[in-house]
Design a protein around this ligand. Structure first.
Ligand code: G3P
Length: 267
């Protein structure tokens, strides 16, 4: 499984590439706001060029901010044209940009994906919460689909009025509360969503890769890998947590104590 780093923070991106673990970068307007907010007066164009230069030829997702197809296509083409000489840019497009459950603009995302794909611009379809959204995005020509695992777990816990912390683990196989298995239209957890997307796209040989997104803890990353996600996009804090284990610390301490002088001084 490839690991993308889910941040727009240049220092964090540099670190992850320095460790050799990053195969790409994903950003979104909220991540960009957080990263740029720390750097007053930043030249955003230059900043994005630096991100692309650190990422080399690995994919970097930049998200559109318009909410209709005309605007998203225009913005996607502009971003691609502005930055494609500096790296491997792909454009993040919401599967459905509508703010309401039923709206005239339901198909604006798919129209945008098709138009950009027809122009040879790779698209990462974002805000995917069902396998059927992933199927439609794949058919429209998306290179990647991003099911948001953590936000499905949020939804299941909120609907059941459970108290939880953002990084708390939610069981991949689902959770029973008051003798009822929690689900969202047949989706039992964020990882179940990722798995169903992978299975569906693989079954029909669709050439679209699944990016497990909105991952909040290390166990979700492990489970995303075990259900065959092509890619996991992981926040820097979760990457750090992936390295830790109490027995690793304990073992390290003991090995350090036990070093014999002659061994340390071997010439
Ligand atoms: O990859 C999508 C991600 O940035 C959203 O994560 O934790 O805000 O749901 P989160």
């Amino acid at each position: 499984m490839k690991i993308f780093i889910d941040t727009a923070d240049l220092d964090e991106i540099k670190k992850a590439y320095g460790w050799g673990v990053a195969d790409g970068v994903t950003t979104n307007p909220s991540l960009l706001k957080k990263a740029v907010g720390k750097r007053e007066g930043v030249d955003l164009k230059q900043y994005i060029k630096e991100v692309l230069s650190v990422a080399g030829n690995t994919p970097v997702s930049l998200e559109v901010t318009e909410t209709n197809s005309e605007g998203m296509v225009r913005e996607g083409l502009k971003l691609h044209q502005l930055f494609s000489e500096d790296g491997n840019v792909n454009i993040k497009v919401p599967v459905n940009p509508s703010f309401e459950m039923e709206s005239e603009s339901d198909f604006e995302g798919l129209k945008t994906i098709k138009a950009l794909a027809d122009e040879g611009v790779p698209v990462n379809c974002t805000l995917v919460f069902t396998p059927e959204q992933a199927l439609l995005a794949a058919k429209s020509g998306a290179t990647y689909v991003s099911p948001f695992a953590g936000r499905i777990d949020d939804l299941l816990r909120c609907n059941a009025k459970l108290k939880y912390g953002k990084t708390d683990y939610y069981p991949a196989e689902g959770l029973v509360e008051d003798h009822v298995l929690l689900e969202d239209n047949g989706i039992l957890s964020g990882i179940d969503l990722v798995q169903q997307c992978v299975e569906l796209l693989t079954y029909y040989d669709l050439n679209t890769q699944v990016i497990a997104a909105s991952l909040r803890n290390t166990r979700q990353v492990r489970e995303a890998a075990l259900v065959g996600a092509h890619i996991a996009t992981v926040p820097p804090k979760v990457i750090s947590a992936m390295l830790r284990h109490v027995k690793t610390c304990e073992g390290m301490q003991k090995f350090t104590e036990d070093v014999v002088e002659e061994y340390a001084n071997l010439k």
